[in-house]
Design a protein around this ligand. Structure first.
Ligand code: CP
Ligand code: NVA
Length: 315
C-alpha cells in the first residue's frame, strides 16, 4: 500500500480503498444511494461536474467501466474524452510523469485503466487533478464500491457480516480485502495454494485488523455466508491460462456450491463472466445472483466517487 498522495484544496485521488477512512467509504455509499434514488429526477445541485472535463484512458478493454463512467460524468453535467493507451503510446512515447503534467493542463480529472499499478501511482504523483483507478492488475476499487452498495441494498449493513471469495486471488479480491479492513466484515477466501493472496497483502490485512480467513475448501468457505463472490479465472494480463484452468476447476461456483452456502447467500461477479468456467449459467441467471445490479451500481457508485474526488457532497 502506498502512502496517500495529496492534491491541493478539497480534491482527492481515488486509487485504493485502503487509502480511505471508513467514514469516507460510508460517505460515498450514502451519496451513491441518494443519487441512485433520484436518477430520473435529479436535483440542480447534482450537476457537480458542470464545467469540468474528465479524460478516460484505457490501456485494456472495458464495457462497464467505460460506459458507466461516461454516463456518470454526463449525468453530473461534465464532459468526458476517451483515449486508448495505444493511441497515446502510454508510458512509451514519453514518461508517465510528463503525460500526467500535460493532461493536468487540459482536463479536470483522469480516469485510467492500466495494468501496472506503479504507473497509476506515478500518474497520480505528477497529476495536479484527481486520478481515479479504473482497474489495475493490483486492484479494482470502483468495482468494490459498487459491490458494497449492492450488498447493502440486498442484505443491509455489511459491517459484521461475512463474504466468501472463491477462485483466483486477483485485483477485485484485493479491493474486497481492503474494504473488509475498513468496514469491519469477515472475508473468507478459498483459493488453491498456488494462487493464494500475496504475503504483503495478507500482512497489510493483518496490520489493518481485517478478518481475512484463508482457506482451501470452497464448500467450507461458503457455508452460511452472506455472499459468494467469483471472478474470471484468467484476468487481463495473465499469461498462464491453461495452468489456472487446471488449478481452479474445483473452484467453480455451481448449484451445488450455492446449496452449500445456503439460500440466504447472494451471488456476486463483477463481469465479464466466462459462463461454464468460474460460474455456471444456473447460478449466474439464478435467484441468488445480483450481478446485473452490480453492473448498474457502477454508475451510481462512480457518481459518488467523482463527487468525493472534488470535495462535493451529494445531499
Ligand atoms: N467489471 C468491469 O470492470 O467490467 P469492464 O472490464 O467491462 O469495465
Ligand atoms: N479480474 C478481472 C476483472 C475484470 C473487470 C480482470 O482483471 O480481468
Amino acid at each position: 500500500m502506498t502512502k496517500p498522495i495529496s492534491l491541493p484544496g478539497e480534491r482527492r485521488h481515488f486509487l485504493d480503498l485502503g487509502d480511505l477512512a471508513p467514514g469516507e467509504i460510508r460517505h460515498i455509499l450514502d451519496g451513491a444511494r441518494r443519487i441512485k434514488a433520484r436518477r430520473r429526477a435529479p436535483l440542480a445541485s447534482d450537476r457537480i461536474l458542470a464545467g469540468r472535463s474528465i479524460a478516460m484512458i484505457f490501456e485494456q478493454p472495458s464495457l462497464r467501466t467505460r460506459l458507466s463512467f461516461d454516463m456518470a460524468i454526463r449525468e453530473l453535467g461534465g464532459e468526458s474524452v476517451m483515449v486508448t493507451g495505444k493511441e497515446i503510446e502510454l508510458g512509451e512515447r514519453e514518461s508517465i510523469a510528463d503525460t500526467a503534467r500535460v493532461l493536468s493542463r487540459y482536463v479536470d480529472g483522469i480516469m485510467i485503466r492500466i495494468l501496472d499499478h506503479r504507473q497509476l501511482i506515478e500518474l497520480a504523483r505528477h497529476a495536479t487533478v484527481p486520478v481515479l483507478n479504473g482497474l489495475t492488475k493490483t486492484s479494482h476499487p470502483c468495482q468494490v464500491m459498487a459491490d458494497l452498495l449492492t450488498f447493502e441494498e440486498r442484505k443491509g449493513a455489511i459491517s459484521g457480516r461475512t463474504v466468501s471469495w472463491v477462485g483466483d486471488s486477483n485485483n477485485v479480491l484485493r479491493s474486497w480485502i481492503e474494504a473488509s479492513a475498513r468496514l469491519g466484515f469477515t472475508i473468507r477466501v478459498a483459493t488453491p495454494e498456488e494462487l493464494q493472496p500475496r504475503p504483503e497483502l495478507v500482512e497489510w490485512a493483518r496490520a489493518n485488523k481485517a478478518d481475512l480467513q484463508l482457506m482451501r475448501d470452497p464448500q467450507a468457505a461458503v457455508a452460511g455466508t452472506d455472499c459468494v463472490i467469483a471472478d474470471a479465472w484468467v484476468s487481463m494480463g495473465d499469461k498462464d491460462g491453461a495452468r489456472r484452468h487446471n488449478l481452479l476447476k474445483p473452484y467453480q461456483v455451481n448449484a451445488a456450491l450455492m446449496a452449500a452456502a445456503g439460500p440466504q447467500a447472494i451471488f456476486m461477479h463483477c463481469l465479464p463472466a466466462k459462463r461454464g468456467e468460474e460460474v455456471t449459467d444456473e447460478v449466474l441467471d439464478g435467484p441468488q445472483s445480483v450481478v446485473f445490479d452490480e453492473a448498474e451500481n457502477r454508475l451510481h457508485a462512480q457518481k459518488a466517487i467523482l463527487a468525493w474526488a472534488y470535495g462535493q457532497t451529494i445531499a
